[in-house]
Design a binder for this molecule. Structure first.
Ligand SMILES: [Zn+2]
Length: 332
C-alpha cells in the first residue's frame, strides 16, 4: 500500500472529492471513518490524504523534506496503529495519547491511521473515544473499517464518514495491467473473480491459489483416488499459511461463475479450470460451505478435505451422467 496522487486513485471519486475540497478550503475534520470492502483503496486514499496534509506546498509535491520523509515511511508526525495480535489494545491507545499531547515534531499536523479499526477492543475504543471527543490540537485521525456497524456508535458519530465502493470489473482490469503488470488475459480473469477488490485480485494471483484450484478441480472431475489424496495433503500447508479461507472462497467463486455462465448471465474466465456441470453446482456449494464451519471447529484439515473431495467427485459423476442422458434424467 502506498500513497498516490489523488488523480491516480481509481473508482473512489466521491470520497476523493470530499477530501480534496476539505484540503483546499482548509476545513479538514479531526477524524474520518473510511468504510468499505477490503482492497478498494481505503488505505491508499488515507495515505494520499496524509501526504497532501504534510507537504510543505500542500499538494504532495514529492520533493520537499516532509514529502520525502513521509514517502520513506519515517515522518515523525505520522502514526499507524495496527492490531497487536488480533486486536488493538488499550495500552496502545494510551501510548499514542501520550505522544499526541506533545507538539507536532515537524509540521503543523499530526496524523493517525487505524487501518483495522474494527479490531479495537471495547476498552481501547472507549479510550480512543476521549481523544475523538476532545481532539488534541493539530491531530487528524483516519479510521478504516469494513462496516460502521463493527464500531461503537459513539465512535462513528465523532467521525466524518466516507464510503468506499467496490471497483468495476474494468477498473480492476485496467489497474492490474497498468499498475501491477499482469498480462491482459490474467487481469480479465482476476477482475471477474475479485468482486471489485484489487487487494483480493492480487492475493489470488500472488499466492498461487489459482494453480491449487486447477489441481482441486482436476481431482474432483477425474475422481482419481491418488489425485484426491495428493490434493487433500496440500490443505494442511494452506492452513498453516492462513490461505485456506481465501481458497475456499475461490472454490465458491468458481462454482458461482460456472452457474452464471450456464444461465447466460456471465462470462466464464479463461484462467479457470473446466466448467462444472450445471446440476453439480448447487449441491457442491452446500458441501464446500461446510468447510468454513470445519475450520472454525478446528477439525483435522486433511481428513475433512479427503471426505469433501470424494463427495464432490461423486456429485460430479452423477451430474455428468444426468447431462449426457437427459432423457433418462427426465424420466427419473
Ligand atoms: Zn511536498
Amino acid at each position: 500500500m502506498k500513497a498516490l496522487p489523488f488523480d491516480e486513485i481509481l473508482g473512489q471519486e466521491r470520497a476523493l472529492a470530499i477530501l480534496a475540497n476539505a484540503l483546499e478550503r482548509d476545513r479538514v475534520s479531526h477524524a474520518y471513518l473510511f468504510v468499505g470492502p477490503e482492497g478498494v483503496g481505503r488505505e491508499t486514499t488515507a495515505l494520499s490524504f496524509f501526504w497532501r496534509l504534510l507537504c510543505e506546498k500542500g499538494r504532495a509535491c514529492g520533493e520537499c523534506k516532509p514529502c520525502l520523509k513521509f514517502l520513506r515511511g519515517v515522518h515523525p508526525d505520522f502514526y499507524v496503529l495496527k492490531p497487536a495480535g488480533k486486536s488493538i489494545k488499550i495500552e496502545q491507545i494510551r501510548t499514542l495519547e501520550a505522544k499526541l499531547h506533545l507538539h507536532p515534531v515537524e509540521g503543523k499536523h499530526r496524523l493517525v491511521l487505524l487501518p483495522a479499526a474494527e479490531t479495537l477492543t471495547r476498552e481501547a475504543a472507549n479510550a480512543l473515544l476521549k481523544s475523538l471527543e476532545e481532539p488534541p490540537l493539530h491531530t487528524v485521525f483516519v479510521l478504516i473499517a469494513q462496516t460502521s456497524e463493527a464500531l461503537l456508535p459513539t465512535i462513528v458519530s465523532r467521525c466524518q464518514l466516507l464510503r468506499f465502493r467496490p471497483l468495476s470489473t474494468s477498473q480492476v482490469e485496467t489497474l492490474l495491467v497498468s499498475r501491477f503488470e499482469r498480462d491482459p488475459e490474467e487481469a480479465r480473469g482476476l477482475a471477474l473473480l475479485c468482486e471489485g477488490s484489487i487487494g483480493r485480485a492480487l492475493r489470488l494471483s500472488e499466492k498461487g491459489l489459482l494453480e491449487e484450484l486447477h489441481r482441486f478441480v482436476a481431482a474432483v472431475s477425474s475422481g482419481s483416488p491418488t489425485q484426491i489424496v495428493a490434493v487433500a495433503e496440500v490443505f494442511e500447508a494452506l492452513k498453516e499459511k492462513e490461505d485456506l479461507p481465501l481458497f475456499i472462497e475461490l472454490v465458491l467463486l468458481w462454482l458461482r461463475q460456472g452457474l452464471l455462465s450456464h444461465v447466460g448471465l456471465g462470462e466464464y474466465p479463461s484462467i479457470f479450470p473446466s466448467r462444472p456441470p450445471k446440476s453439480f453446482i448447487v449441491p457442491a456449494c452446500g458441501e464446500v460451505e461446510k468447510a468454513f464451519a470445519a475450520l472454525e471447529a478446528n477439525l483435522h484439515v486433511e481428513l475433512f478435505f479427503l471426505k469433501l473431495l470424494s463427495t464432490l467427485a461423486a456429485l460430479w459423476r452423477e451430474a455428468e451422467r444426468a447431462e449426457v442422458s437427459p432423457v433418462g434424467a427426465r424420466a427419473a
